[in-house]
Design a protein around this ligand. Structure first.
Ligand code: AMP
Ligand code: FES
Ligand code: ZN
Ligand code: ZN
Length: 304
């Protein structure tokens, strides 16, 4: 397989785009493909102050790298969840993020250490809340969302960017469709607009396949944590990802079509009705962040 641009051996063949590119031309293409997604979905502009939520994985670190390359003002934030999993998952991820920053002088990173700040790690607070039953993923998601928005608001960032890729998005889409979660379907978008007290959220890699992001990280020499969170192993999302990978093998481009077709259908009003109206928000009586029920938000109730 030869590179479309220069005829040298290709580093990646993307059947879904009918495009093969070499080590030199692939990163250029990937950066400009991301830029086109940012413009197409009107995610942000050069005047915005972006906060990239980085987990230490390939997606978020590659995203930060691409945004810096494109000249955007982009700082990072890492949440230390205190997850060990027998191999120091959070410690290792944090080291990857810190090494990324150390290699890029002038780049700013916010670190939120959950245990140091609130007195318990994610597995500890989850075990307390769930009385030792179940996985901590729901509690973890709640804490991550709260802390990302808190840092964005406190430091005046106008945009919060996450590394969700196309494979993540189609797995969630499939799950939402299987359960006909119309409220979630309405909110599953490349951009979630800002509201009172809530920073705009964007997913610039929403059209990029996981293997495209991995190829970018590899070619650019971005060192990331390969292991996923120990609590994610064998979860339903990974099962949906496996199913979608099989469909993609039989029908290249299926994931992209599935996702883009969904976005078009939503634009055309396919999912509408009562759920289209976001519920009114009230500031939490303790932390001030927006919440749907007056009084304490779910985050503050968790730590009570
Ligand atoms: P996940 O929910 O683990 O698939 O992660 C989705 C996105 O959330 C990542 O691409 C990051 O942008 C962000 N993220 C996940 N974990 C963390 C973390 N510990 N600190 C900061 N951002 C995170
Ligand atoms: Fe939060 Fe796995 S439980 S990342
Ligand atoms: Zn080439
Ligand atoms: Zn609160």
């Amino acid at each position: 397989m030869k590179c479309r641009r220069c005829n040298r051996p290709a580093a990646i063949n993307m059947r879904q785009h009918k495009l093969a590119l070499c080590e030199e031309h692939y990163p250029e293409w990937f950066v400009s493909y991301t830029e086109r997604a940012i413009r197409k979905y009107r995610m942000f502009g050069p005047e915005d102050r972006i906060l990239v939520a980085v987990s230490g994985g390939k997606d978020s670190l590659s995203l930060w790298d691409v945004l810096l390359r494109l000249g955007y003002s982009a700082d990072g934030m890492y949440i230390d969840l205190g997850i060990d999993g027998g191999f120091g998952y959070s410690r290792l991820s944090r080291e990857k993020v810190e090494a990324f920053v150390a290699a890029r002088p002038g780049v700013r990173l916010h670190v939120v250490d959950v245990a140091a700040l609130y007195g318990a790690t994610i597995p500890e607070v989850s075990a307390r809340k769930m009385r030792g039953r179940g996985k901590p993923c729901a509690v973890c998601g709640l804490i991550k969302r709260h802390e990302m928005n808190r840092i964005a608001q406190e430091y005046g960032y106008t945009v919060l960017a996450t590394g969700h890729n196309l494979d993540d998005e189609v797995a969630v889409l499939l799950s939402n469709l299987l359960h006909w979660q119309t409220g979630y379907l309405l909110r599953q978008a490349p951009v979630l607009v800002e509201r009172d007290g809530m920073t705009r959220k964007v997913k610039p890699f929403c059209r990029s396949y996981e293997r495209e992001v991995a190829a970018y990280a590899l070619i650019q020499g971005i060192d990331y944590i390969y292991e996923e969170c120990p609590y994610a192993v064998g979860n339903l999302t990974n099962f949906y990802k496996d199913m979608l990978a099989r469909i993609e093998t039989e029908s290249p481009g299926a994931k992209l079509q599935f996702y883009q077709g969904f976005l078009r259908a939503r634009e055309e009003g396919f999912f509408c009705g009562e759920a289209a109206e976001p519920p009114p928000m009230h500031p939490c009586s303790q932390c001030g962040q927006p919440t749907t029920v007056p009084g304490l938000c779910a985050f503050c109730r968790l730590w009570q």
